[in-house]
Ligand binder design. Sequence first.
Ligand code: ATP
Length: 539
Amino acid sequence: MEMEQLVALCKRRGFLFQSSEIYGGLNGFWDYGPMGVELKRNIRDAWWHDMVTSHNELDISPGAPSTYEMTGLDCTIIMHPQVWKCSGHYDLFHDFMIDCRESKRRYRYDQVNGRWVEGKGKRAFVTTGAVSDEERQEDVQRKALKLFGLRAKHVDQLQWDGPMVSLTTLDDDFAEVLGPDAKTLGTLTEPREFNLMFKTYIGALGGEESVAFLRPETAQGIFVNFKNVLDSTRVKLPFGIAQVGKSFRNEITPRNFTFRSREFEQMEIEFFCHPDSSPDWYTYWRDRRYQWYLDLGLARERLQLRDHDPEELSHYSCGTADIEYAFPFMAAGEFGELEGIAHRGDFDLRSHMEGKLVRQGDELVVEEGEDGKPRHRGSGRDLQYYDDQTKERFTPHVIEPSAGADRATLAFLCEAYQEDEVPNEKGKLTKRVYMKFHPRLAPVKAAVFPLVRKDGMPEVAKEIYGQLKTQHNVFYDEKGAVGRRYRRQDEIGTPFCITVDGQTLTDGTVTIRDRDTLEQWRIKKEDCLAELTKRLTGG
Ligand code: ATP
């Protein structure tokens, strides 16, 4: 599948639109249309149901070290600014950026690559923003030829000096660098820090003391409410708190459709446990979350679980894995992150108690400012846990499965896109596009059609529609040829179509058609609701 085909289908059938499209759109922001909103809601609901509400805390789940409890929260997007100081986002949540004075474009410093090359006695470091190795070399070669005024047939006059390397290896001297979109040398600025948090002001005054941030993750709301949850419920360790909600990051290079957006939705769990059992819980959550995507239809050959190398781990983490999907816009063999599962130790709860932490040797200690006081003071609240059976007091360890609802939606959209050839009304084979969503995720569960708009068929179809509508999101359509109506449902991934025809009027049966196999069979019209419910729930 080409990404353009999916993007076109998403727009045509109301899954995704560019935000503020009539004004030319806004880079990094996307709206979900009538079909997209249902799909994304089904994904969020499936996550909440499978992780939280259907979890049985009395039984040991397969693979879990013991029983555990699950509960939820819904916190605000704007929180006390000290939250982000102690969490580390205020100091650390930045990327280095370079600007091009000529093209007026901005790039992430570590994402620009290039090669030294000589031609016609001149030398330059020619850069590219391309992602795959093949594209990079092609791009650099094309630009080098242009820069030195050489024709394509004189490509052998280019003398390459060394392999393709990151711009970060150049020691900030960019005088001989050709920017990714520049025509002349030396137009790139030196790298500058860029904080990814969106800044805003609380209240009417707007001074520096009223600065606040839109949350860049939902997790911190859970940590700062840890004590509230303990005190207001009877949960006991081990337990998890889940939250779904919007997060905001002023990404420098939003791209790849919704994959990297500036406003997106996260589905996060903070799972609190005893330090001794935390490695086992980490393994449990990592495997459980991987299986969840498989169960909802992502193909194993496109889904990978990648454990981070020790040097890739954050300063507080004892183990992190990413669940990654081979999105069609990535180069062959490359994967994009859907979800990260991190063992975060006691970093977060301690930071909110004691103040922002830094690693010193093997230990985490409160970072000090020049005056010897904590650089960012914690809340001073006791966020420890007291186990009244073992009489032990300790700071729980945290396992964090952190997923993106938009990236999951995009992966399910990519996975669902299918093309095949099926006979049309005249028996001629024609191309069909259909979205093979898992029935739990499909935006519309069934469509009901009268074959023709006469002979009492619409009346029967409307009656069936009314019954189904009480429990499922279904669609009624009586316009146009029935073949066309089927195709329209296939394109939005409706798993079943129910048709009232001439036979219905004599024997009371209707046809039901399966989206994937195109199989059709007859059922009694009064059995439609039971049959649909059974098929949707896999019964
Ligand atoms: P990346 O390296 O791709 O920027 P990240 O490692 O910064 O991602 P996390 O901070 O671990 O991401 O966030 C958890 C999840 O939130 C990610 O796995 C992803 O699904 C989602 N997410 C993060 N940033 C974005 C974004 N800009 N747009 C859409 N989803 C995002």
